[in-house]
Design a protein around this ligand. Structure first.
Ligand code: FAD
Length: 492
């Protein structure tokens, strides 16, 4: 007798949901994805994909601004200095066609969403449009499926449920977005102009990325940061480089400043700070965090516990406190990245459908902050070394001396490697550079494959190349006189 087909219902069609659906379908399950706002989720439609598309244009503006120093004269553009971009130079006001830029962003997101839909359809996944919620089963118990999800007037019974409902922008009571002047990042692309004076509240990853992008696009940006420096959770050296670049390019960074309220004033906005100061601008972008989208989906009744921050509590194989109910992605608050959401979703399905599964390893996650320059990281953080949690040697090489960086006309950035002093194993690294998101893969492979500095140092890199600084950093960490523990020793 053949095994009955397992039925899976997934709430949410973002990376946490759709990647899980693909795995479950490939493993032979009957899969239904319920999604309310479009396949690909916020990741594809409003957050990750749109912001990176906007940033692709802003990166080109940075290159244009630096073009004069590379010997390029753009007829009629006036003389622009490297990184400056004066009013008449490349990158000055008037160089951006905002409606066209935003149209491109939205069209690309829709196309990506359609690709996700086509992929799910090809794998035989049923997609139901609407808001779903867990409910008590009304169908007779003799029918298979321990759980029920309701969408409109339809009840879908399933053996396994995955909740991947994502998150929502956190809203301050004293700063209500109106979609015109006071904005969340999801409302930016409905503007028909480039904000002339943009105040960005919050200097975490999202705030720093948009501040960097809009500064490059030609807005006058003020970044309000409640901490001593921007990107307080990130590698301190990397944050210093990026903040210096921001300031050099003309951004106003208000550190140790907390926004108390945002309101309309005249044709623009007024942001008042908790110390009484006021900042005027044409637009304000609020980037003060993400809250889990878990309201009204029947979690309490299903026995799904939340943690102290209101996110769904999960273990490293994505199980919630309710048997047969899994959760993945931003609604779990584990690490708000598309790649982590997708991995949590896949792990949930492997586990639920009886496959061998490796629990989620957050210490191997590669991440990038898409400022200009980018900050890419993987593995242990230097704070863990400083606190004594991890024993590691650190090497940091500035890119200012890298020949390729000189040729390409930039000097802001570095590579940093962390390696075990005993085994030489590479435990992590940081790259600050244009396209650091691509360069970090070498370090990521080293971390994942337990490579040593000797092995990286003996690997050919191209001359001239930015990745040459990675092999050079590994060479500097190779101290031949030092006795090494046998290969394969556990990380320190
Ligand atoms: C501005 C910005 C830029 C980012 N850039 C990056 C980046 O470059 N790289 C990266 O890795 N991460 C990035 N992220 C993070 C990334 O977008 C999220 O981690 C990712 O979207 C999480 O995926 P998810 O599947 O959990 O949720 P989402 O992508 O939010 O998808 C959840 C889906 O569930 C739907 N839904 C919610 N409730 C219900 C319901 N009751 N019934 C049915 N459907 C429901 C929602 O409508 C949505 O479609 C960025 C985030 C932001 C804010």
């Amino acid at each position: 007798m053949s095994k009955p087909q397992t039925s899976v219902v997934i709430l949410g069609g973002g990376p946490g949901g759709y990647e899980a659906a693909l795995v479950a379908a490939q493993l032979g399950a009957r899969v239904t994805v319920v999604d309310s706002d479009g396949l690909g989720g916020a990741c594809v439609l409003t957050d990750c994909v749109p912001s990176k598309t906007l940033i692709a244009t802003s990166e080109t503006m940075v290159l244009l601004r630096g073009s004069a120093s590379l010997g390029i004269a753009i007829p009629g553009a006036g003389g622009a200095s490297n990184g400056g971009g004066g009013a008449s130079g490349p990158g000055g006001p008037g160089w951006i066609d905002a409606p066209r830029l935003y149209r491109r962003v939205k069209d690309l997101a829709q196309a990506q969403s359609a690709d996700v839909g086509a992929r799910l359809a090809a794998e035989g996944v049923e997609v139901v449009t609407g808001r779903g919620r867990l409910t008590r089963r009304t169908r007779p118990a003799r029918l298979a499926g321990a759980h029920a999800v309701v969408v409109g007037d339809r009840e879908i019974v399933a053996d396994v449920v995955l909740i991947a409902t994502g998150g929502l922008p956190r809203i301050m009571a004293s700063a209500k977005p109106d979609g015109k002047r006071i904005l969340t990042w999801r409302q930016l692309y409905d503007l028909d102009e480039l904000p002339a004076e943009l105040i960005v509240v919050g200097s975490g990853v999202t705030g720093a990325e948009f501040a960097s992008a809009y500064q490059a696009l030609g807005s006058q940006v003020t970044l309000i940061s409640s901490r001593e420096r921007v990107l307080p959770q990130e590698d301190a050296d990397a944050a210093v480089v990026v903040e210096d670049v921001f300031k050099r390019r003309g951004m106003t960074v208000l550190s140790r400043s907390r926004a108390a309220a945002v309101r309309h004033e005249g044709g623009g906005v007024l942001v008042t700070l908790t110390d009484g100061r006021a900042v005027h601008g044409t637009h304000c972008l609020l980037t003060v965090g993400v809250v889990p989208a878990v309201g009204g989906i029947g979690l309490a009744r299903a026995g799904v516990a939340l943690n102290g921050r209101g996110f769904i509590e999960v273990d490293r194989v994505s199980r919630t406190s309710a048997p047969g109910v899994y959760a993945a992605g931003d609604c779990t608050g584990v690490q708000m990245l598309a790649s982590v959401a997708a991995m949590q979703g896949r792990i949930a399905m492997w586990h639920a459908l009886g496959e061998a599964v490796q629990p989620l390893r957050l210490d191997h996650v590669a991440a990038t902050i898409f400022t200009e320059p980018e900050i890419a990281t993987v593995g242990v953080a230097e704070t863990m070394i400083e606190s004594g949690q991890v024993k590691a040697e650190v090497i940091m090489l500035p890119l200012a001396t890298n020949p390729r960086a000189k040729m390409q006309g930039f000097r802001d950035g570095f590579v940093k490697l962390f390696a075990s002093p005993r085994s030489g194993r590479i435990l992590g690294g940081v790259v600050v550079a244009p396209r650091a998101s691509e360069l970090i893969l070498a370090v990521s492979i080293a971390v994942e494959q337990l490579l040593t500095v000797d092995q990286l140092a003996h690997t050919f890199s191209v001359y001239p190349s930015l990745s040459g600084s990675l092999t050079e950093a590994a060479r500097r960490l190779m101290l031949p006189a030092r006795p090494r523990a046998p290969f394969g020793e556990p990380a320190q």
